[in-house]
Design a protein around this ligand. Structure first.
Ligand code: FNR
Length: 344
């Protein structure tokens, strides 16, 4: 593929993600009920939102991987870097593969670091890459961690996508040689327990479930196919909530992304065991629709509301939240039992 074709693809992904953005997502959060406490016995001042993670994150939310690789997406990354810096949240880069192949594209990614010089930045490569490429991606951003994305469904539907999914040896060698922590993530189709256990055997500690229900790459890539013939795959995968249930009790450190639309969705994901919660589509939607200043104000208020929700639930930190009373819908409870997953 030529450089201009690759850049065009990056622009199309942003355009199509926004075109198909749904303000009500289907990531399973409506199947989880947190119960109201009439006597919370808390104060907002006592709430400590700092995640229980071995990273230096102030907040339990982060901006997840999106873009880079074209002039337009470079500008978007500049805004995203600025937003992460202003909010004090961690941010992941979009896949850096194109810039590893074509160094002229490096500035469209490095702008993240330029705008967030002291922030926590996660580099991003696909699992088809070897350890040397992973190291170069980290160096490109002076990154604090590296995301390895798993996107088999996207590649299948993508007209020019990979057809080779032999990934485990790469993940193992990246883990063995990396100077920074590794987060393995899906891009919107989630996980089942068996694959999480395989990752664990490869030495993975941090997993972002990247569940179904938000940004949908089967839909996005299908729109890029002339025949649109993969429409039937749009509900493929496990939702963010199902994926968190799949992970319970394994001892992995979980992060969650996929269809997060509100502070309440974040608190539900945290209650289901995620240590922090990522958002891509929602951030992109606000930036495109309302501009930088309004997006900053929106997410500042979002952080404030997280604190309010903790207080409302009568908990002051993540550990206490794990004990908050919760009810799963009959469908979700059926899923849990059919899969033989631990109780909540
Ligand atoms: C993404 N996502 C993504 N993930 C990744 O690991 N590498 C990438 O290059 C991209 N590219 C990308 C582009 C755009 C425009 C979007 C919106 C998303 C996936 C993203 O990180 C996340 O896993 C999913 O989007 C699900 O979260 P949301 O969007 O539902 O909050």
């Amino acid at each position: 593929m030529t450089q201009s074709q690759q850049s065009h693809r990056k622009d199309e992904h942003v355009f199509l993600a926004e075109k198909y953005f749904q303000s009500v997502a289907h990531a399973g959060f409506d199947q989880v009920r947190l119960l109201h406490r009439a006597l919370p016995e808390t104060t907002m001042a006592a709430v400590d939102l700092k995640p229980d993670l071995p990273f230096n994150w102030q907040w339990p939310i982060y901006i997840n991987a999106m873009t880079g690789g074209s002039p337009q997406t470079g500008k978007l990354n500049a805004q995203l870097g600025q937003l992460a810096q202003a909010l004090g949240v961690a941010i992941a880069s979009g896949s850096q593969s194109v810039a590893l192949r074509d160094p002229q594209l490096v500035p469209t990614f490095a702008t993240l670091r330029d705008h967030d010089p002291n922030g926590f930045i996660l580099a991003n490569v696909g699992a088809g890459h070897h350890a040397t490429a992973a190291e170069a991606a980290v160096a490109m951003l002076k990154a604090n961690a590296l995301e390895i994305h798993l996107n088999a469904a996207q590649e299948v539907v993508m007209p020019e996508g990979d057809r080779d999914f032999m990934w485990q040896a790469n993940i193992k060698s990246i883990i063995a040689t990396s100077q920074v922590p590794i987060v393995v993530k899906e891009v919107g189709n989630g996980f089942i327990r068996e694959d999480l256990q395989s990752l664990q055997q490869l030495g993975v500690q941090f997993v972002d479930v990247g569940g179904r229900g938000g940004t949908n790459f089967a839909t996005i890539e299908n729109a890029r196919r002339s025949g649109h013939d993969f429409a039937y795959l749009q509900d493929w995968g496990q939702t963010t909530v199902e994926s968190l249930l799949e992970a319970r009790g394994l001892g992995l450190t979980m992060l969650a992304t996929g269809g997060v639309r509100s502070p309440l969705d974040v608190v539900k994901a945290l209650r289901l065991g995620a240590h922090a919660v990522g958002m891509s589509g929602l951030v992109l939607h606000h930036l495109i629709q309302t501009g930088y200043e309004a997006t900053l104000a929106y997410f500042q208020n979002f952080l404030h509301q997280l604190r309010q929700l903790y207080a409302l639930l009568g908990v002051t930190n993540w550990q206490e939240l794990q004990e908050a009373p919760i009810v799963l819908s009959a469908d979700l409870e059926h899923y849990r039992q059919a899969r033989g997953l631990p109780g909540i």
